[in-house]
Design a protein around this ligand. Structure first.
Ligand code: NAP
Length: 279
């Protein structure tokens, strides 16, 4: 058992209504720890696009979980994280936990900025979240019965957002995680075709996986009138991050939590039971 960290002041959870932030906030509240959500819809509002909103969100806060939006792969993300970290330190907030991504050079620059600071830091460098299939842009494709992506036989060790949240909460509430970079992956490499197959099996529905060229994928995104910055982001994620560089497993969940990570089959079974993938 690690020694607990007492929290009399709220913990700021940036992106506290998102995939990992919501889970982190729920877990902290369940422990009786006050939480301040940092997002555009929160009060006070926190907007990564508007630096003037950051100071108020940090007022009177004891620690922070930092998730950048839309993605740390975006140019300028590292500078924004660096500025927020410096502001937090100036306000006396030292315990900072950063959500990062595997295989993203810009994310590694954000990590370096945090490591170089005077913060008592922990970094969660994560693989792709399983929840992208149920709480993000892939849910519509699953519902439509066909997931179409420009990704072939690349194995991705999908990580469950519950494991990321457990690791974030451990880092925020227990001694012994300061100065630790936890690279978090699930227990198994799955291609996107295999992941979709697991979801099909769990739901009992026919759901196809179709690999297309990046050019075809880009045409589809343009036809769907996705904004240019989102098209750029998806290109980075599907062609750079998913080029095979992350095709390996790590022991990060075991190191952070002393247990094995949750597998994709369990995620698919539990999520199917919620009915979210039923038409
Ligand atoms: N998804 C993955 O597979 C994955 C894997 C590894 C690392 N990551 C990293 O995780 C981070 C979050 O990605 P995610 O996909 O999981 O997103 P997410 O946390 O689910 O994003 C939604 C959250 O962001 C908030 N938000 C949206 N725009 C914002 C803005 N301009 N300013 C402040 N908050 C804003 C939303 O609240 P409001 O709408 O109220 O603002 C909501 O709380 C990224 O930095 C990414 O690099 C993601």
């Amino acid at each position: 058992m690690r020694k607990p960290i007492e929290h009399s002041m709220p913990v700021l959870v940036v992106g506290g209504t998102g995939k990992t932030g919501r889970r982190v906030a729920e877990r902290l509240v369940a422990k009786g720890i006050p939480v301040r959500i940092g997002s555009r819809s929160a009060s006070p509002s926190f907007d990564w696009e508007n630096e003037a909103t950051w100071a108020k969100a940090l007022d009177g806060v004891g620690a922070a979980y930092i998730t950048y939006y839309p993605d740390l792969v975006v140019p300028g993300a590292a500078e924004a994280v660096d500025t927020l970290v410096k502001l937090a330190l100036a306000k006396g907030v030292r315990r900072l936990v950063l959500l990062s991504g595997r295989g993203e050079p810009e994310a590694q620059r954000a990590e370096e900025a945090l490591i170089a600071s005077q913060a008592d830091w922990t970094i969660l460098r994560c693989s792709w979240f399983s929840q992208n299939f149920s709480e993000n842009y892939l849910v519509d494709s699953v519902l439509a019965g066909e997931v179409i992506l420009p990704v072939g036989d690349i194995g991705e060790p999908f990580i469950d957002a519950d494991d990321v949240a457990d690791a974030a909460v451990a880092a925020l509430t227990e001694e012994g995680h300061g100065g630790q970079l936890y690279e978090l992956t699930g227990p198994r490499l799955l291609t996107f075709a295999q992941a979709v197959g697991e979801i099909a099996a769990a739901t009992g529905r026919d759901i196809a996986y179709t690999e297309v060229s990046y050019d075809t994928f880009e045409k589809m995104m343009i036809e769907q009138k996705l904004p240019a910055d989102i098209v750029w982001l998806l290109k980075e994620l599907f062609t750079v991050v998913l080029d095979g560089r992350n095709e390996s497993l790590t022991d990060g969940v075991q190191r952070a939590l002393g247990r094995a990570p949750k597998g994709f089959s369990d995620y698919a079974r539990e999520t199917a039971a919620t009915g979210i993938w039923s038409n």
